[in-house]
Design a protein around this ligand. Sequence first.
Ligand code: 13P
Length: 328
Amino acid sequence: LSIRATAYADELVQTAKSIASPGRGILAIDESNATCGKRLASIGLDNNESNRQAYRQLLLTTPGLGEYISGAILFEETLYQSTTDGKKFVDCLREENIVPGIKVDKGLVPLPGSNNESWCQGLDGLASRSAKYYKQGACFAKWPSELAVKEAAWGLARYAAISQDNGLVPIVEPEILLDGDHSIDRTLQVAEKVWAEVFFYLLQNIVMFEGILLKPSMVLPGAEHKKKATPEQVAEYTLRMLKRRVPPAVPGIMFLSGGQSEVEATLNLNAMNQSPNPWHVSFSYARALQNTVLKTWKGLPENVEAAQKALLICAKANSLAQLGRYSA
Ligand code: 13P
């Protein structure tokens, strides 16, 4: 093994550090057009480019957002979009000191021979697409994957190496879904296995740990399990898993919300920041930052300001949770 030789090494470290900065986390709005359509349908809007643009404009032009948000993950369409006044979304983010990121995969398909598991398409051509995204202003990337463990772990490691060679800080996210009635101990076991595998392949692909960010699921009992875990239990289990598996060279751990309510996601993050951690432990939420915003907006221009306020309130709560200072 040697050290990764990429011309972007210093820049990657800087980008990762600035995303993992105190009191800030990531706003994930990288829903594919199909998933964004589901969000819009929940408030009775059609899934067309102009509605998606209006919704993304609401989120990305929220005044003061950069105080709590350090990075925003975009879908490809949004990376190339502008506001109705013709200002590039990427520039709106830069003005708030928010780093633009990009979801670089090409969607999930069934993995042949597996137990209904899926894997991610898009490694083919990823290097040239990454270079293009970087030119358009993206500085970090995301590639999700589900549980066909070995395939996913290898794919994540290949994606991470390609991203780093093209100037993008890869967010490494082996998503472990909340579905099921399993116990929190079972989740811990699975998470430990998955992260062991992921780091094994990251190392084989000479990925530079100082220039990646992780996006784990919190260690929780399955959504249909009879007993909910307290924030203290979630923090204890999740930190135990991270301490066993993640080297301190990794600058930031940016949790996904995974279908938890806004309050749950914030309380759990807050509990994890009650004592110092070797990494910046923060958020990269989609649903837990957008639920109230969507309900407040309802697709009406007169509600935009109120919806932006709702986003700021939720982002601030998580900013405080990142600092371990949130109280409900
Ligand atoms: P949720 O926070 O809604 O689980 O989404 C996370 C995610 O992966 C989006 O980028």
